[in-house]
Design a protein. Structure first.
Lengths: 155, 155
DNA sequence: TATATTTGTATCGCAAACGATTTAATCTTT
DNA sequence: AAAGATTAAATCGTTTGCGATACAAATATA
């Protein structure tokens, strides 16, 4: 039996371009985020805090699909930059509640122009607006399926 | 002026699902790659070597869009597992030529079934084959554009 | 030929990711 | 209430990614 060798070609994989796109996107954000003095994963945490206000480490982790072993040091860095506070919950001392500082809240204004700037850089390319929309749709489905296969399936 | 606040909502971003999809894909490969005793980025390097045979660190880096500071330690790990060899080029001593060992070549057979298994797990989902194909097309365009904006534009 | 620049790789340090384990608090069950 | 199970964070060790930097070989230029 001849195994289908072309299956292993880089261009035919779905995994590699996903991996590349993710890294390149992070790079695209870098210049803007440097100005705000935060990294890309830190930006994601801030997005969650701006949108949902104060919440536990666990809740942040669920929204970003990250574990506490990733979040704890990351949150400590954001805390040392004074963008947020970490406090044990009064009602359940196992939980740490993360809340925004004034400075963290203020950062939202500065960040608000970033998404438009990033998306704007696709304007004069071979990718149409409609294409992006359907792409995003499939991407969301993909994430849902992959998430289910992973953590979702382990109950 | 009221900045468009919903721009910063997690669901409306393109960047986060890309980031999540990439991580979840890596996780999906993990069980298969564990059997082969390699990590996901190491798998990508092996893909490149299986497809293009022996080549310099630089060439591997160009194909995977990775720098030598990432590749060198990674290649050393693959070398210590005896999947590949690293040798200075005779004609240009600045280059290190990476080539597969017997063991590295043999691994290809074991890996050949992975892509089908991964793609197979999408069969009974809400994502159709046709959708995946058009998704992959846009993804390739996206990578090309992002790549151009980054390293491509700095000449 | 001597010097400067470019190129290819490697080193270092920091920030993620993540599996495995640990610690402390809470909930269950008796 | 005490014992055991569960849960939330944190800690530890390994592997990536990448900016900054170093260094040696190769090439270009004076």
């Amino acid at each position: 039996m001849d195994k289908n060798i072309t299956d292993l070609y880089l261009e035919n994989q779905l995994c590699f371009p996903l991996y590349a796109a993710s890294r390149l996107t992070t790079k695209a954000y870098a210049p803007y985020l440097n100005n705000l003095n935060i990294t890309y994963p830190q930006y994601l945490v801030m997005l969650v805090l701006w949108q949902y206000k104060e919440q536990s480490v666990n809740e942040i982790g669920e929204r970003l699909m990250l574990e506490s072993n990733t979040l704890t040091p990351l949150l400590k860095r954001l805390e040392s930059k004074e963008f947020l506070l970490r406090n044990r919950s009064k009602t359940d001392e196992r939980s740490v509640i993360v809340s925004l500082t004034e400075k963290g809240n203020a950062l939202k204004e500065e960040a608000s122009s970033i998404p438009t700037k990033i998306m704007g850089s696709f304007k004069d390319t071979s990718i149409s607006e409609a294409e992006i929309i359907s792409f995003k749709e499939t991407l969301h489905k993909l994430v849902a399926v992959l998430d289910q296969k992973n953590s979702g399936g382990k109950i």
